[in-house]
Design a binder for this molecule. Structure first.
Ligand SMILES: [Ca+2]
Ligand SMILES: [Ca+2]
Ligand SMILES: [Ca+2]
Ligand SMILES: [Ca+2]
Length: 405
């Protein structure tokens, strides 16, 4: 019996010792209303009175207290905090920066005192930026908003010098972030970064809220935020299970990720889901690069729309393998888009394929893979495909117009 009591006392002492040695300051949690959030999760309070985007964070709803503390470049001597608000029109991001010297002298906003805001609005924390992801830069003293893919429609921002540094106020329209129905409880991928320049030229350091220095390339390390109520009192929803979707559709865009290799992605823009797509202009990527945003060029879209055509652009399609392997990825992408039911004709539409280098080789490969569907190519083939693989299938189809430069 005595031994049992001794054992219990010993266990109590060990537990007391362990508790006493835990450094609670190292556990990063964020109190929000009556709820405490875990690290990497933020809450956006709902508001009913508008925010004046003037850089002054004095509206009563602002609570700009979530610390941005992770050095991801070199040790920063800045301190920074952010807060989030939302209404039916916009998501609002407020940022306070303590900075002893404010600089705005460089061509790249990020080489000056500036903030970067990252969004993953389909919250899949996918390796690559997809259709629903964006990366914004807002510089101290710089009137322009920069976004990785020029998705800046309606974004309003203002910065203001304060007694200790500067503050930033940004309104992001939900429509620009491709969120159709912002509702309480929805969760999105998100991160925020503060760059510091104290001596001109390139930046000296940068602080990140949750992810890493590679947030500009990859979204998987972002944190998250969710839409809370007007009292900011709702608990966070359960985080949705991470899975990599393979097919998306949003308004005029489709996107397909090849499940066996997510670096190969096919994007399709169409004039309207309510009309039948008559054909596709396909833009082959150069090298194995990411050319998905080529289908967003307004001039090309205007041209394609005249003929009822869509525009395809892709990433990671290696031209010399198009006949043997990669062409099937593009055809499977179109089949997957057709299955969604809005444009079933995509399984049969003809193509005009265009591209240089690897893209040119893709044109030639596709012309031979599905000669009955390729009605023309404009091709600068320098990727070696034709020399290694003389294919004549396309010659059986006289409708094909070959324009070689
Ligand atoms: Ca304000
Ligand atoms: Ca600079
Ligand atoms: Ca995403
Ligand atoms: Ca500075």
């Amino acid at each position: 019996m005595k031994n049992t009591i001794r054992l219990i006392i010993l266990q109590v002492l060990i537990i007391a010792f362990l508790v006493a040695t835990i450094d609670f300051s190292m556990i990063s949690v964020q109190p929000v209303g009556a709820v405490t959030l875990s690290a990497g999760l933020a809450s956006a309070k709902k508001i009913t009175t508008p925010i004046n985007i003037d850089g002054v964070l004095n509206e009563k709803n602002w609570s700009v207290k979530t610390a941005i503390t992770n050095d991801v470049y070199s040790a920063s001597n800045n301190k920074a905090y952010f807060g989030l608000l939302w209404d039916s029109k916009n998501l609002y991001v407020g940022i306070k920066v303590t900075d002893s010297k404010l600089i705005s002298d460089s061509a790249d906003i990020k080489d000056d005192d500036s903030v970067q805001v990252f969004f993953d609005m389909n919250n899949n924390h996918f390796i690559h930026y997809d259709l629903f992801d964006s990366y914004f830069k807002v510089g101290y003293g710089n009137k322009k908003v920069w976004e990785k893919y020029n998705k800046t429609t309606g974004v309003k921002q203002a910065t203001k010098i304060t007694s200790t540094g500067y503050s930033v106020e940004i309104a992001f329209p939900w429509s620009t972030l491709l969120v159709e129905k912002p509702t309480e409880g929805r969760m999105f991928g998100f991160d925020v970064e503060v760059a510091d320049d104290d001596n001109g030229g390139a930046i000296d350091s940068q602080l990140m809220w949750y992810g890493g220095a590679d947030n500009d390339m990859f979204t998987q390390n972002f944190g998250d935020f969710y839409l809370n109520d007007t009292k900011n009192s709702q608990k966070p929803p359960k985080h949705p299970k991470m899975s990599e979707p393979t097919v998306y559709h949003f308004k005029n865009y489709y996107e397909y990720v090849y499940p066996d290799d997510p670096t190969r992605i096919v994007r399709l823009w169409i004039p309207s889901v309510t009309s039948v797509v008559k054909g596709l202009i396909i833009l082959g990527n150069g090298g194995n690069g990411d050319w998905r945003y080529e289908s967003s060029h307004k001039e090309l879209q205007i041209f394609a729309k005249k003929f009822g055509y869509g525009v395809v652009s892709h990433a990671g399609i290696i031209g010399s393998n198009t006949y043997n392997e990669n062409g099937a990825i593009i055809l499977n992408a179109l089949k997957s888009f057709a299955k969604l039911g809005k444009n079933p004709e995509l399984v049969n539409v003809p193509f005009i394929y265009s591209g240089s280098s690897s893209g040119g080789a893709s044109s030639y490969g596709m012309m031979n893979l599905v000669p009955s569907r390729v009605i023309g190519i404009t091709s600068n083939v320098t990727a070696g495909f034709i020399r290694r693989h003389q294919l004549m299938q396309h010659l059986k189809f006289l409708q094909c117009l070959l324009l070689v430069n």
